[in-house]
Design a protein around this ligand. Sequence first.
Ligand SMILES: Cc1cc2nc3c(=O)[nH]c(=O)nc-3n(C[C@H](O)[C@H](O)[C@H](O)COP(=O)(O)O)c2cc1C
Length: 188
Amino acid sequence: MKKILFINGGMRTGGNEDAIMKAAMEAAKAKGAEVVDFKLRETNLLPCTGCGRCKSEKMAYKCKWHDGFSSILPTLLDADGIVFSSPIYYGYISGPAKTFVDRLYCLMNPAKGPLDTKKKKFGVVLTFGGTPEEAAQELAEKVKGYFRMTGADELKTVLRGKCTEKKSAAKDEATMAKAKELGEWLAE
Ligand SMILES: Cc1cc2nc3c(=O)[nH]c(=O)nc-3n(C[C@H](O)[C@H](O)[C@H](O)COP(=O)(O)O)c2cc1C
């Protein structure tokens, strides 16, 4: 059974991020996967302070903070697939999404080298108002790069503009079909 971690960086309860992530989760579940729904807006997430403790051998791949990130870290490394979602805010991912990404810095340890993690399918969901789709695709690829140390490998995206209206994505059949496809692909 595949284990898929869904990291939801959406800020609006019942918004476009939620609709896409829910559809992908349901599709993955229907194909027999175990899913973990991790909403950043409901998580106590402390910022990386750049203290560098995670670069020592003793603290390799660990962070000094004990919070939502440290509690999800074992699942993040162990999962067969990860989906990371965020609305585009000022051309980039949301604040909590960026805070989460910064904390991945603890997975880089020059003394010990790269982590021996299994390769993972990696989904990126981005919703936005008017950002051109090519810019969103570029951002999705960047996001995958940030997750390299977790084993993020093959990338599949769901990118959806015109999302200032809360229910926009949910009403769009093509977007919901892409979300379902993402969930099924992860469960394969
Ligand atoms: C603070 C803020 C900044 C935003 N910046 C952008 C932007 O740079 N480009 C864009 O296309 N949409 C932008 N938007 C629109 C959001 O991306 C859009 O409303 C979002 O996808 C909605 O997702 P949700 O329904 O899950 O909240 C912004 C919205 C907010 C609230």
